[in-house]
Write a protein that binds this ligand. Structure first.
Ligand SMILES: Cc1ncc(COP(=O)(O)O)c(C=O)c1O
Length: 295
């Protein structure tokens, strides 16, 4: 697979029950999901033939649909079977998997009662989200003016497409200023997350991560919390003020795509890629590989 547009690649995509040639996986322009963001998705990684946290990703896709009041036509078993069908069709054992579910073109307008939910699963080879060099030095971030919404303002626990409008604007602004990603504060002004990853803050050996009450409680985040506990490292889920983040020794991000990514800089604060980040990053890398070996 080359670097061509995502619509113009070789391979196969699972679409509404069938494996179709990659370039034929199309939808109509009058699709509800396109106009009103009635769409949810997942981001998963497969390592040496093992989909990491497969059950959890499948459950989250179903839950995401439920949270935006959209009927999911497939059971957990059917989604799992479809995922393996498309992985097999593409002979992919290491890479990224993107399931997506959206409301179709059966009805146009705010009301979507007559729409059907469509499902597709694509997969492709994908290495590090950030370059190896960035991973070593730590990425550079800038705080965005966009805040994550209150839980009664948006469906913050759903991996819903609509939530990413602000995330893309935040990431673009950061990139325009030479940074790699943006830090989002929440509606109260507390530290929330990056545009596609959760955040961990280390000071004097103690690890803190914000309570996910208005942003996605990432599966990688949950894995890292457990890994830290297993390693006997002090870890706390708590509210974090920007001042505390700026005074930290180490900062890292977690996400399926980002894995464990060290942060070198946020606004005027500098961080070292220190011992806690290194220890947890290597524990995570071992875990995804060990799980792959055991499967
Ligand atoms: C906004 C946002 N926060 C957090 C995460 C991390 O979630 P996970 O670790 O489940 O991939 C992601 C990635 O899916 C994301 O898009």
């Amino acid at each position: 697979m080359g670097n061509s547009a995502f619509s113009d690649r070789d391979g196969f995509i699972w679409l509404d029950g069938e494996i179709v040639p990659w370039r034929d996986a199309k939808i109509h322009v009058l699709t509800h999901g396109l106009h009103y963001a009635s769409s949810v998705f997942e981001g998963e990684r497969i390592y040496s033939g093992n989909v990491f946290k497969e059950k959890e990703h499948t459950a989250r896709l179903i839950r995401s649909a439920e949270l935006i009041d959209m009927e999911m036509p497939l059971s957990e078993q059917e989604i799992t079977a479809a995922r393996h069908e498309v992985l097999e069709a593409n002979k992919l054992t290491d890479g990224y998997i993107r399931p997506v579910a959206w409301r179709g073109s059966e009805q146009m307008g705010i009301s979507a009662q007559a729409t059907k939910t469509h499902v597709a699963i694509a997969c492709w080879p994908w290495g590090s989200y950030f370059s190896e060099e960035k991973r070593e030095k730590g990425i550079s971030m800038q705080t965005t003016k966009w805040h994550t919404p209150a839980p009664d303002t948006a469906t913050t626990q759903s991996k819903a497409a609509g939530l990413y409008v602000t995330h893309t604007m935040a990431k673009h602004a950061a990139e325009k200023n030479g940074h790699d990603d943006a830090l989002m504060l929440d509606y109260r002004g507390l530290v929330a997350e990056a545009t596609g990853a959760n955040i961990f803050v280390i000071k004097d050996g103690g690890i803190k991560t914000p309570v996910p009450d208005c942003f996605l409680n990432g599966l990688t985040r949950q894995t890292l919390i457990q890994l830290a506990k297993d390693l006997g490292l002090p870890i706390e889920e708590t509210q974090i003020k920007p001042e505390e983040l700026y005074a930290a020794d180490e900062v890292f991000l977690t996400g399926t795509a980002a894995e464990v990514t060290a942060v070198g800089k946020i606004d005027d604060a500098q961080y070292t890629v220190g011992p806690v980040t290194r220890q947890l990053r290597s524990a995570y890398e071992d875990l995804v590989r060990t799980k792959a070996k055991a499967a």
